[in-house]
Design a protein around this ligand. Structure first.
Ligand code: GH3
Ligand code: MG
Ligand code: MG
Ligand code: MG
Length: 308
């Protein structure tokens, strides 16, 4: 684990450095408060810091205050090291945001034990952050395909519409639905159906640009939000995806399955963007027509008033 030693007295600094390295820490050294703050503000800042109270430029107390004042992604566990030993000093140090307090001259065994406490807290905090990140991901992604889920895809559509309004750009909204998917489940079983959905999802995701969004909208339906894709480009992009899905069979352990998809799309024009629900309704109506007209096809919404 990386640890910062901020100490202006070279003897103390040296002793700390030697001991900490012996205990297996990766040590970052600062000779004054400004250097300490730089190290703690860096991208790969150490999660543990031993801060001398009295230092030039910035004292340990002020560093603790600054650390606690700004919202930070990961926690920095701080131990104040000082010759000040009145109870009110200890209280002031802890109130400024220090997690622990060690008086100079320090006892090495006590320091070692207190560092173990710090490591425990840092470890706990990083586990919490990982758990939170995993939950955030799960809340926004579909477990089967790994695609953004309905909510995330709708959020992306709203964001894209806001961007297009600001930049007078356009957005293409696409709804895609796997044709006769029920037959796939009925013929080959649900696990094969799942594999087909994953394959279709992968094909769509890899066929669009990185800043386009492909989300799982529902069972075997997908919502695509194509940024800055105008009425000329949209049908070409969607036809390319449709063609790839129709041509690439899905190989599972049980079977080789071919599926097709139908697509309904609408492109916003500069004269008015329309709300997300209205655009989705229009794309859905176009998708319905694609189904009625024979499936495995792309239909452009009649409501589209593309840019001239
Ligand atoms: P159409 O061409 O009209 O769209 O016909 P379809 O059979 O695809 O449409 P329908 O709505 O009748 O059936 C959709 C099927 O998708 C029914 C449902 O059980 C299946 N399905 C939905 N979600 C999943 C899933 O996560 N995994 C699997 N294997 N099947 C799913
Ligand atoms: Mg000092
Ligand atoms: Mg459907
Ligand atoms: Mg279907």
């Amino acid at each position: 684990m990386r640890i910062l030693i901020a100490e202006d007295e070279s003897l103390v600094r040296r002793e700390l450095e030697v001991r900490l390295r012996r205990w297996g820490y990766e040590v970052v050294v600062a000779r004054d408060g400004a250097a300490a703050w730089d190290a703690l503000s860096a991208e790969d800042a150490p999660a543990l810091a031993i801060l001398d109270w009295m230092m030039p430029e910035l004292d340990g107390i002020e560093i603790c205050r600054r650390l606690r004042a700004q919202p930070r992604e990961s926690y920095t566990y701080t131990i104040l090291l000082t010759g000040k030993d009145r109870p009110e000093d200890v209280i002031a140090g802890l109130d400024a945001g220090a997690d622990d307090y060690i008086r100079k001259p320090f006892d090495v065994h006590e320091l070692e034990a207190r560092l173990r406490v710090g490591r425990r807290i840092v470890q706990l905090q990083s586990e919490l952050v990982s758990a939170r990140d995993a939950m955030r991901f799960q809340a926004m992604h579909d477990a089967l395909t790994g695609l953004p889920n309905r909510r995330a895809a709708l959020d992306a559509l709203e964001r894209e519409l806001a961007r297009a309004a600001r930049e007078r750009g356009c957005v293409t909204v696409v709804l895609a639905d796997v044709d006769h998917f029920k037959r796939v489940n009925d013929t080959f079983g649900h696990p094969t159906g799942d594999a087909v959905l994953r394959h279709v999802a992968d094909t769509m995701r890899t066929a669009v640009r990185p800043y386009d969004v492909v989300g799982r909208f529902g069972g075997e339906e997908f919502l695509l939000v194509l940024a800055d894709c105008d009425a000329q480009c949209a049908p070409r992009v969607v036809e390319r995806i449709r063609d790839r899905i129709a041509r690439e069979a899905v190989r599972t352990e049980q079977a080789i399955v071919s599926v097709t998809c139908s697509f309904g799309l609408i492109t916003t024009g500069p004269e008015g963007l329309g709300s997300a629900p209205a655009l989705i309704a229009a794309a859905d109506a176009a998708l319905y027509r694609a189904k009625v007209e024979g499936r495995n096809r792309t239909v452009v919404s009649q409501h589209a008033r593309p840019a001239a």
